[in-house]
Write a protein that binds this ligand. Structure first.
Ligand SMILES: [Zn+2]
Ligand SMILES: [Zn+2]
Length: 477
């Protein structure tokens, strides 16, 4: 009972901190362009943290009759001091932090009434690991002992090849294209271009906010030996960032992606009994597989042929849109949440050749690295047969197709092709546009004809809406 009182007290104190750190009592970071220029104090860290907090709120609201007045001051001081110490060690203290620090002493005039025995039982409150910067995230696989060192992940730019598959490389079908849209290299403060590494902990991500997408769908049916997966390409678990990113100047100056995710039909059919191809094949831009969360997987590179996970801004839930097409370039850790009896990760999705993609853990629950996997980023063991693994190092999902890839059907959307704030692009990236439209690049090129293209005519040739063609080319109206 006393434990319950204490833990309730902790939660109350925790809520007090939240109330202190946010006038609106809103747990979600505000958009910087809104009322406050800095929102460094936020308890939003990992996707799960926010959920934990709201669960705590429910718990307290149903238990408030318990009298905790005597204990409140005690428990109030503990988490506050822990938290502020933590912050001052690691992060610059903002105006908000100062408020927090000065608030706690003035609010603790009541003598602490607690017996020594009870004091011993007071354990560290299980607060979500506070990440004061709402643009940064933490990760379990990055904080444990095994697997790649997340503060110096290998930058994938030099591990991109179009000639032949190699272990640890992405064997890509599309050549590098330095003119394609991508991030502003000068602003990538978490990338060490000398060491050719990037720091997961220092990377910026789009926070959660008020944006809500249509609920995601995922429907998997098996008829004979064909597995058909239909989704609306939005996350089934509903976890998505605050798109469009153009509302966040700090992020837009790094990556000008103007996209807004919206639902669209996505359907693929794979063999349930895929077989090894005579030789591995290259991986194209655009969808290369689908997660059980209903969101498509793109390969590890951006349209330039550079490391998309290291360089592009995605949301704290791991995805971002190409126009309206939400996708992952790596597997968000929360999707790796089912394990086989020996600790091996379960299937998190399927790759275009029909082989399954498992999560981060191999046999005995040991986190996989490129060293454990073949050149296509998979391996074959036990009853599982051949399967790919997610890793937190480039190429993240697959390096090449071990089997024969099926061509997915990707229906471009007819609505919400919002390209606002996107400046006219003098050199549209045809390879990226073709991938967005789901047509061969040659078809797009011939439909456009010699410059300057007549977009209305080209759209008719391609059998698509002119706005969609414009959006895919990154052109404004
Ligand atoms: Zn992308
Ligand atoms: Zn395995």
């Amino acid at each position: 009972m006393t434990e319950k009182i204490i833990s309730t007290g902790f939660i109350l104190a925790f809520l007090t901190i939240i109330a202190c750190s946010s006038e609106e009592g809103n747990l979600l970071p505000l958009k910087p362009s809104e009322s406050r220029p800095r929102t460094n104090v936020s308890l939003t860290s990992e996707p799960t943290s926010t959920t934990n907090v709201s669960e705590s709120i429910e718990y307290v609201s149903t238990n408030t009759p318990i009298s905790v007045t005597t204990y409140q001051p005690t428990v109030k001081t503990t988490p506050v001091s822990t938290r502020t110490t933590n912050q001052t060690q690691k992060f610059p203290v903002s105006a908000k932090d100062t408020t927090l620090e000065t608030a706690s002493p003035t609010q603790t005039p009541t003598p602490i009434v607690i017996t020594p025995t009870l004091k011993k039982e007071v354990v560290e409150p299980k607060l979500p690991n506070p990440t004061p910067n709402p643009f940064k995230i933490i990760s379990q696989i990055c904080t444990d002992e095994s697997g790649p060192v997340c503060s110096e992940l290998r930058l994938g730019d030099d591990y991109f090849t179009t000639t032949s598959p190699q272990k640890g490389y992405l064997y890509a079908c599309n050549a590098k294209n330095p003119n394609a849209p991508g991030s502003n290299t000068d602003r990538l403060t978490w990338v060490d271009f000398t060491m050719k590494t990037w720091n997961f902990f220092e990377k910026l991500w789009l926070p959660k906010g008020s944006f809500e997408a249509t609920p995601g769908t995922y429907e998997e049916t098996i008829i004979g030996n064909t597995r058909t997966i239909k989704t609306n390409n939005l996350p089934v678990d509903g976890k998505i960032g605050d798109w469009p990113m153009t509302d966040y100047p700090i992020l837009t100056e790094i990556d000008r992606n103007p996209g807004i995710p919206s639902s669209g039909e996505f359907s693929v059919s794979y063999s349930t009994d895929p077989s090894e191809a005579d030789s591995p094949s290259c991986v194209s831009l655009g969808p290369i597989g689908i997660t059980k969360n209903g969101v498509v997987i793109y390969n590890a590179s951006d349209a330039r042929g550079e490391d998309a996970v290291a360089k592009e801004i995605v949301d704290i839930f791991g995805g971002h849109p190409a126009m309206t097409d939400y996708h992952y370039h790596f597997i968000p850790e929360r999707l790796d949440n089912k394990f086989l009896s020996d600790g091996h990760s379960d299937i998190v999705g399927y790759i275009n050749d029909g082989f399954p993609l498992h999560g981060y853990k191999g046999s005995m629950g040991i986190e996989m690295t490129n060293k454990d996997l073949d050149m296509c980023h998979g391996h074959n063991h036990g009853v599982l047969g051949y399967h790919y693994h997610a890793t937190i190092e480039y190429p993240y999902t697959v390096g090449c197709y071990f089997g024969i890839p099926a061509s997915g059907s990707h229906v471009p959307r007819q609505s919400n092709m919002d390209v606002r704030n996107e400046p006219p692009n003098k050199n549209p990236d045809l390879s990226r546009a073709a991938s967005i439209l789901g047509v061969p690049e040659e078809s797009l090129r011939s439909a456009l004809g010699p410059p300057p293209p007549n977009l209305a005519e080209s759209a008719i040739i391609l059998g698509i809406n002119e706005d969609i063609l414009r959006a895919a080319l990154g052109l404004s109206r």
